[in-house]
Every structure is written in structure tokens, then in C-alpha cells.
Design a protein around this ligand. Structure first.
Ligand code: RAM
Length: 510
């Protein structure tokens, strides 16, 4: 063990495991998917009846039905039946659960790897076979969906009637603790906030999940945005603390490097994905946590982990500039063709700036007394290597991207006023490489707020997330480019998650 505290941290995280809140949501309508050239992803939903009319009717030997739950559900589906005869065969219930109309219409058997590269098992369908007439059927696992399709093979003798289709929804968010936003805004602001809060709540389970359909995993970069949003929404600091402890407990024994993502497991959580730009921001996340919760004890306990991540970040620096030694996964965004080095340089700088601030806040500045000088050197070297004065942008291998300007702004490479102008200009520059999705859009929102550009941040949220609202989002999506409805980093749009925590607009106070 690198820190010698890993088992204690894991045990403390275990004690903070939340008790989930339950809420039963009933099916809302009977529907059919319908192809439509004008609909998002070419599929829409047509209402064909009400569940009340279907319940109580004697079902045929093979009955198919599709329910719309009217809202996004995360939980275990529960079906209720009544019988007025013996059964001479098992009940076979084939089910499919879908977040979107496209997913509902898509034949999962057509899923192929390639072009998809994630497991077919993420697609939510299955079969329950019961030997007895069973009045209450609970599905075998938790699902995330709005639409439920059932194909039921029933005994002709059992005279089966369905009484209800529901979902036992769970969350660790306490709705009674929901904070009022600082600013109410207009109808669109309020709708974006409502959907953002719902997205956040759906991802809050045993820990902050990235998405309740996929990957149902704790990712450090997603956690950072979730905690930022939640500090103004449910303020579930116990859950935040649990997640921070899990990351500390899963640090690599050799180097003390935290993971990009993990699975809570016993006796120690299982680390996964060495994603550089997530892991080095551990100190930033811890500082946010200490600032919002006031829990300096955890800050002090995990400070060595934070300092270590910033020091590890410096191992990727050569001649005072970040250099891709091909040792780690450099993410920043899913955007294809994105140059990473300049953006990662900003990440490293930001890691140092924030860990220094954390150490100062906790009265332990001596642990990082070398940081101020290193920060200065990295800033100057970064400007020399990537800043093009004529263009007024950070240019990475000939490329001008939102990503590079955003992380240069995080890293405070230029004076504030120049940074403001640069951010405003890059958003207007049609030739600049735009973000590939909500994650990097959220980073732009954060830096706009950091530099006091609140109205511009609000406008970006309204333009980007407002478009998802217009397209019927119940919760915010992992991937979204209005010009490319079927875009997916996983080779198949049906694998995309449509309730994804990193898509919760971080300034939900709007
Ligand atoms: C996706 C996950 C997660 C993200 C990583 C980089 O697979 O869903 O949200 O953090 O990629």
C-alpha cells in the first residue's frame, strides 16, 4: 500500500454507503415507436392508449405491449398479475427497456461489434421465465429507461390479467433537501434546471454513477462535475466523501496514483482506466469538497493523495511543457482529431494551482512550497510553446480548439482580461474545433463563470442544453451534437447513455 491508509479509507467509504430512497412510478401510456424523418434520430413515439384500459383484460397466449413511463426511471421494474385458472406452462416474459425511441425501435439482435465496440450486454433486454402463476414479478436487476416493451407467452388456462406495470425507482438524492436556485431565470432556464436536477438524482445511487444505463461506474472526471453541481442542489456531502475515499483507497500500491474510474468492491475498490486528465485533478475536487462542506478533517486526511497526484502530473512534463509520452490515456473530450498536449498542459497547471490552494487552506503549504515557482515556469513555457500572439489563441500542432483555450484559461496562463477575450472569441470562431459533447461544454461553462462571464455561461447553457430540451430530453445526454444525431464514440448510438451526470449543467444556480 502506498499511503498505508487504503484499507481504513475503504472501510470508512463502506460505512458511508447510502440508504436509497424508493419511489414507485407507474406506467403512464401505451405507445408505439414510429419512423419519422422530422424526429430526432428518425424515431418518435405515438400514444395508442392508456394502461388503465389494458389492465384487467384477459391476455392472449402471446401478448405484446409497450409502456411509456412518462418520465425517466432508474430502478427495478415490477409487474403485477392476477390469474383465474391453473397454468399448464411457464410464464415467459421477454422484456426490453429503452431510454429513447431509437433504442426502442432498434433490434438489439442486429447489434454488431464492430461497428460497436462495447459489450452487447449493455443493451437492456432479457427474459424472465416463471414456473408458477406469479402475481408479483420483479426484474432481476436495476434498469434505466423511459420505455418498456413486453412480449409475454402465457398459458391459455391461467387466464392472466395484468394489473400494473411499475418501476421501483431508487436514488440516494434526498428530494426534501433540494436547494432553491440563486436565480430563477425564465421558463427555459427553469426547465434546464429541472432536467439537470433529475439527471443528477438519477445518477446518485450507491455512489455518483456516470450513467445509470452505462457504465454504472464511478469516474473521477464525472464525479468532479457531479459534486460541483450537487453542492448547489442536494448537497449530499456524505456521498461525495464516500466517493473521494473510494478513489483514495483504490490508489495503486506502487505509485499511489488514483484511478480514472473504479468499481466499489471488497476488501478494496477495483481501480480501472488510467485517465490522466481526471486523475491529476484529485486535489481540485478535494478543494471543492472542503470549500462546500467545511470538512477540513477529510481534506487533511486525503491531502497527501492530492499532493501526490500533482507531483505525478509533473512526471509528464519535459522542458516545462506537458509532453505526451504515451504512458496514459489523454482524454479531454471525445472529439476526433483533437490535439491534446496544450490542453493537458493547462490541466497540469490547474492541478498545481488548486493543490497549492488546498494545502494553503489546510495550513500545510510547506508540503508544496516548490509549487509557486513551478507554476510560474510552466505558465511562461506554455505561452512560449503554444500561444500565437497574432491569432490571439493557443495553437496546438496547427489546431485552434475550444479545448486548448478552456484549459489554458483554467491554468491561468494569460492575464484575466486577455483570457476573457480569448474565450469569447473562440466561441465565435467558426474554424475553431468545437467540443465533442457535454463534458467539454461544461468545462467552458465553468471557465466562463471563473472569469466572471456569467451571462455568457448562461447563454451557452441555453443554446446547447436548451436544444436537448427542445428535442425532448427527459434527462441530459452523454453525447450530443445537434448536427449529428447518430454520433457515438462507441460505434453505435444505441450504446450512448441518455442520462449522464457529466451532462448536468454545472451552474444549476441559473
Ligand atoms: C465514458 C464514461 C464516462 C467518461 C469516460 C471518459 O465511457 O461513460 O462518463 O468519463 O467515458
Amino acid at each position: 500500500m502506498y499511503y498505508g491508509q487504503e484499507q481504513r479509507w475503504a472501510d470508512e467509504a463502506e460505512l458511508l454507503k447510502p440508504v436509497l430512497h424508493h419511489r414507485m412510478v407507474q406506467a403512464h401510456a401505451m405507445v408505439q415507436p414510429e419512423e419519422s424523418a422530422s424526429a430526432w434520430q428518425n424515431w418518435c413515439i405515438r400514444r395508442i392508449g392508456s394502461p388503465a384500459d389494458f389492465y384487467g383484460q384477459e391476455l392472449g397466449q402471446c401478448t405484446e405491449v409497450i409502456f411509456d413511463f412518462g418520465e425517466y426511471c432508474v430502478g427495478t421494474p415490477v409487474l403485477q398479475f392476477a390469474f383465474s385458472g391453473r397454468n399448464d406452462s411457464p410464464m415467459r416474459i421477454e422484456y426490453k427497456l429503452a431510454e429513447t425511441p431509437l433504442e426502442l425501435a432498434f433490434d438489439f439482435e442486429q447489434y454488431q461489434t464492430p461497428p460497436g465496440w462495447l459489450s452487447r450486454a449493455w443493451l437492456q433486454n432479457g427474459v424472465v421465465v416463471l414456473d408458477e402463476n406469479t402475481e408479483t414479478v420483479r426484474f432481476p436487476r436495476r434498469y434505466a429507461f423511459r420505455y418498456m416493451k413486453l412480449k409475454m407467452y402465457l398459458s391459455p388456462y391461467a387466464k392472466t390479467r395484468m394489473l400494473s406495470a411499475a418501476c421501483d425507482c431508487t436514488t440516494s438524492a434526498d428530494w426534501s433537501a433540494l436547494c432553491e436556485p440563486a436565480e430563477k431565470g425564465d421558463a427555459l432556464d427553469q426547465e434546464i434546471r429541472r432536467i439537470g436536477v433529475k439527471t443528477l438524482a438519477c445518477c446518485m445511487q450507491d455512489f455518483y454513477e456516470d450513467g445509470p444505463k452505462r457504465d454504472r461506474r464511478l469516474w473521477l472526471g464525472d464525479l468532479r462535475l457531479q459534486m460541483m453541481a450537487d453542492a448547489h442542489v442536494f448537497r449530499n456531502f456524505r456521498l461525495a466523501k464516500r466517493c473521494l475515499l473510494l478513489f483514495a483507497a483504490a490508489a495503486t500500491p506502487e505509485e499511489g496514483r488514483v484511478a480514472g474510474s473504479l468499481y466499489p468492491a471488497k476488501p478494496l475498490p477495483l481501480a480501472d482506466q488510467d485517465l490522466f486528465d481526471y486523475t491529476v485533478l484529485f486535489g481540485d475536487i478535494l478543494l471543492d469538497y472542503v470549500t462546500h462542506s467545511g470538512d477540513t478533517a477529510l481534506g487533511l486526511d486525503l491531502l497527501p493523495v492530492a499532493v501526490r497526484q500533482s507531483r505525478l502530473a509533473l512526471q509528464e512534463v519535459k522542458d516545462d511543457c506537458f509532453c505526451d509520452f504515451k504512458r496514459h490515456w489523454l482524454f479531454i473530450d471525445w472529439k476526433e482529431g483533437l490535439e491534446h498536449e496544450c490542453a493537458e498542459h493547462g490541466v497540469v497547471l490547474y492541478s498545481l494551482i488548486r493543490t497549492l490552494a488546498l494545502a494553503r487552506k489546510l495550513g500545510r503549504e510547506e508540503l508544496v512550497s516548490d509549487f509557486p515557482e513551478t507554476i510560474e515556469r510552466l505558465k511562461q513555457a506554455g505561452i512560449r510553446k503554444w500561444f500565437d500572439r497574432e491569432k490571439g489563441f493557443f495553437v496546438d500542432n496547427g489546431q485552434i480548439s475550444w479545448a486548448a483555450q478552456i484549459w489554458a484559461a483554467y491554468g491561468e496562463m494569460l492575464p484575466p482580461e486577455e483570457t476573457r477575450q480569448m474565450l469569447l472569441r473562440v466561441m465565435k470562431d467558426a474554424s475553431a474545433l468545437r467540443p465533442g459533447g457535454p463534458y467539454l461544454h461544461n468545462q467552458m461553462v465553468i471557465v466562463l463563470e471563473k472569469y466572471g462571464l456569467h451571462e455568457e455561461a448562461r447563454q451557452l447553457i441555453r443554446d446547447y442544453w436548451g436544444k436537448m430540451v427542445e428535442l425532448g430530453a427527459d434527462t441530459f445526454w452523454e453525447i450530443f451534437d445537434p448536427a449529428q444525431p447518430l454520433l457515438s464514440p462507441y460505434g453505435q448510438a444505441v450504446l450512448n447513455s441518455h442520462c449522464h451526470a457529466w451532462s448536468t449543467p454545472v451552474s444549476l444556480q441559473i
